[in-house]
Design a binder for this molecule. Structure first.
Ligand code: ATP
Length: 242
């Protein structure tokens, strides 16, 4: 089991945003984290990557909490944030080298994995440029390349379908499929339900910091008694019910 969240209560201050949230992401599974603005998707992700600490409950990656083994926990996760985080004084090459060091990767192996990705993203001739000046989509591609060159067991992608052009979305989904085939798992948060429906194996639906539903599309259809419904139909019905 890559990620196990059990009875997580958490947030930013005394008043919790997440209420006894439990769900899991199995090895080789792509899970869509779905919810309206303010539902708690980013807060959940911040807890998983260790930026926020649980008030109660546990988060385990490969069976261990952050407190139990910080190095193993952190190196098991690769994160693509919605808003790229880049250093103004570092070139693209230096950014990638920094990530290689942070993950303790073998440099030759990492560059072997990076080269085709950079070519695909048309960044291979920009290694000595400063990504701080790149377009938003190009900056997102830098974050994607840094994440996907690792051997992480869990890839967390925040809003993959906004900001990237259609070719880049296609390339990202191919990277996701390759990691999945290699047994890694992927958690992606999104508002774009049609894309989530076609690209995730199962879904975690959040509302007001609580788990509203969790399962494959067929399981959600059964729960809602809506055969043939799309994820969008189910989500709309669920928000009305709430
Ligand atoms: P969106 O789709 O708009 O990105 P989201 O599902 O990611 O929404 P969160 O950002 O997790 O939602 O927000 C959940 C709740 O936490 C909201 O009520 C929000 O006001 C609150 N919140 C978010 N960030 C902070 C913060 N830094 N400090 C205090 N409260 C916050």
């Amino acid at each position: 089991m890559s990620l196990e969240i059990n009875q997580l209560v958490g947030g930013y201050g005394q008043i919790p945003v997440l209420h006894e949230l439990s769900f899991a992401v199995k090895d080789g599974q792509v899970v869509g984290l779905i919810g309206l603005n303010g539902a708690g998707k980013s807060t959940t992700i911040k807890h998983v990557i260790g930026l926020l600490r649980p008030q109660s409950g546990t988060i385990k990656i490969n069976g261990k909490t952050l407190a139990e083994n910080e190095d193993a926990y952190r190196s098991a996760i690769a994160y693509v944030p919605e808003t790229p985080v880049l250093y103004p004084d570092l070139t693209l090459r230096e950014h990638l080298e920094l990530s290689i060091m942070a993950y303790g990767l073998d440099s030759d192996d990492a560059w072997q994995r990076l080269t085709p990705m950079l070519k695909k993203f048309r960044l291979d001739n920009k290694l000595d440029w400063f990504p701080d000046n790149f377009s938003k989509g190009m900056q997102q591609k830098v974050m994607i390349a840094s994440a996907f060159m690792t051997d992480a067991s869990l890839y967390i992608i925040d809003e993959p379908f906004t900001g990237l052009d259609p070719v880049a979305v296609h390339d990202l989904l191919a990277l996701v499929a390759a990691k999945k085939a290699a047994g890694a798992s992927v958690l992606m948060s999104t508002h774009v339900l049609a894309n989530a429906q076609t690209n995730a194996d199962s879904f975690v639906l959040l509302g007001d910091g609580r788990l509203r539903a969790n399962g494959t599309l067929d399981e959600l259809r059964d729960q809602m008694q809506m055969p043939d419904a799309s994820l969008d139909d189910i989500y709309m019905a669920m928000t009305k019910e709430a």
